[in-house]
Design a protein around this ligand. Structure first.
Ligand code: BG6
Length: 485
């Protein structure tokens, strides 16, 4: 048996993609509530006009403006899959699959509607307490992401979001509230979802970002690192049971050719996209190559001695990451670019691509696990992995998704190989274990779930849940602790 006893099998979600109930029980707006459907690039084209006359586009919210929900626009996150009202039914289904762990996030603006209050919203706290208690009824451990792409909108508008150092104390107050409130109910925590995308998205989505954009992103990331480190220290003080992880977007990058220039470029891509964030959070200090990264864009950071001390004392207990695909890097001109919203670089001729142009690369997962474990020597957890695909409901209500089963099976086999090679992998939560709204496109039709939800891209549907073939397959995988892949 390769998978260790007690291996944490489960599934993963995020509040803004599944909860819905965006204006219920005192919840404030988050930045995701003004995010329409469409690719990330298209979303930036939605122009908001604010009461003070300024305009903002989609996800880019101007400092000091007043964000709003626009009439006539469709916001898929407002209803999500209505997990807020279906959580008992959903958790019962997770339990039926045999989940040992369930990854979810807390909506910051449900706890602090504006973000800068001193007292939390009791209704918000109560909702998550109910969810955690429901999970424990079935022996499922919650794994909680404190911030998953949804800063309260008020903090964006009135403080400039993560451009402002004050965000550190707003975040740590929020995190401390959670650690205290859920002591004894939650012991696995992640501070920021895919923290490294703050920089990575500039490279992948912006294309030709200027130095000012890099200056801003590196500074935002620094404040997030400090906030994360302080939260880790606070979490450890509140309970020695707490195990707190970083969460890194783990897109593996390969050199497209054996040209030494491509090898070098690829190494630098790993440093910028993965190791920069991993090193700060796992080692507690900026790596030597930081200087090169900063100099490349004339970046000068506001870093204090106290920040450095905080980073050093707040290193994480585990390294967790998402893994969906690999990409390529080259210094040569390429013609066949992958078009997927998170994919960059030339298509790899050795790999197949999904309907959304994401490269299917299980060997990349083994590669990543081995590289990362060798570097950090921390327990690893894969907290997102899965296939976004269009599913069809048959006349009899069945949903046959052999493509999803094949994708998950080959990735679980890759995990087995890494474990056999000595990697300390402690858990796996498949992404979107229940269908939910895509973060990249706002689509419902890009389905990851083992459980189908009756909801379409235009917001029609009953929210009825149905088991897909992959539901039964995963149930068997868990029952046999990975032997029956
Ligand atoms: C990860 C995010 O990057 O990828 C999730 O943490 C997201 O929030 C997932 O849903 C899959 O991406 P998408 O765009 O297909 O939803």
């Amino acid at each position: 048996m390769v998978f260790p006893k007690g291996f944490l099998w489960g599934g993963a979600t995020a509040a803004n993609q599944c909860e819905g109930a965006y204006d219920v029980d005192g919840r404030g707006l988050s930045r995701m509530d003004i995010t329409t459907a469409g690719t990330l690039t298209e979303r930036r084209q939605v122009t908001y006009t604010y009461p003070d006359g300024r305009t903002g586009k989609g996800l880019t919210i101007p400092t000091g403006a007043h964000g709003a929900v626009l009439p006539g626009e469709y916001y898929p996150n407002h209803d999500g899959i209505d997990f807020y009202h279906h959580y008992k039914e959903d958790i019962a289904l997770f339990a039926e699959m045999g989940f040992k762990i369930f990854r979810m996030s807390i909506s910051w603006s449900r706890i602090f509607p504006h973000g800068d209050e001193s007292e939390p919203n009791q209704k918000g706290l109560e909702f998550y307490r109910n969810v955690f208690e429901e999970l424990h009824k079935y022996g499922i451990e919650p794994l909680v992401t404190i911030s998953h792409y949804e800063t309260p909108l008020y903090l964006e508008e009135h403080y400039g979001g993560w451009n402002n150092r004050k965000m550190i104390s707003f975040y740590t107050h929020y995190a401390e509230t959670l650690f205290k409130e859920y002591r004894g109910l939650v012991k696995y925590w992640l501070t920021f979802n895919e923290i490294n995308t703050t920089i990575m998205f500039l490279e992948m989505l912006g294309g030709k970002a200027d130095d000012a954009a890099y200056q801003q992103a590196y500074q935002q990331l620094h404040y997030q690192f400090v906030a994360s480190a302080q939260a880790v220290s606070i979490g450890h003080q509140i309970s020695s049971d707490n195990q707190i992880g970083c969460m890194i977007c783990g897109i593996v990058s390969y050199p497209l050719t054996p040209d030494p220039q491509d090898i070098m470029k690829n190494r630098h891509a790993w440093e910028q996209n993965i190791f920069y964030s991993g090193d700060v959070q796992c080692f507690g200090e900026y790596p030597t190559f930081s200087k090169r990264l900063w100099d490349a864009h004339d970046v000068h950071l506001d870093i204090t001695d106290q920040d450095r001390a905080d980073l050093k004392s707040g290193t994480v207990d585990m390294y967790t990451f998402s893994y969906y695909m690999s990409s390529t890097t080259t210094t040569h001109a390429v013609e066949n670019d992958a078009q997927g919203n998170f994919s960059i670089g030339a298509k790899n001729p050795y790999l197949q691509y999904s309907e959304w142009d994401w490269a299917d690369d299980p060997a990349g997962l083994q590669y990543y696990l081995e590289v990362i474990y060798d570097r950090y020597h921390l327990p690893l957890m894969i907290v997102e992995n899965g296939l976004g695909a269009v599913d069809k409901v048959g006349a009899d209500g069945s949903i046959h998704d052999p493509y999803r089963i094949a994708y998950m099976a080959e990735h679980i086999e890759a995990m087995e190989k890494a474990i056999a090679n000595g990697v300390d992998l402690v858990g796996y939560t498949s992404w979107g274990c229940i269908d939910l709204v895509s973060a990249g496109t706002g689509q419902m039709s890009k389905r990851y779930g083992l459980i189908y939800v009756d909801r379409d891209d235009a917001g029609n549907g009953t929210f009825e849940r149905r088991k897909k073939d992959s539901f039964y397959w995963y149930q068997n995988v868990i029952q046999t602790n990975g032997a029956a892949v």
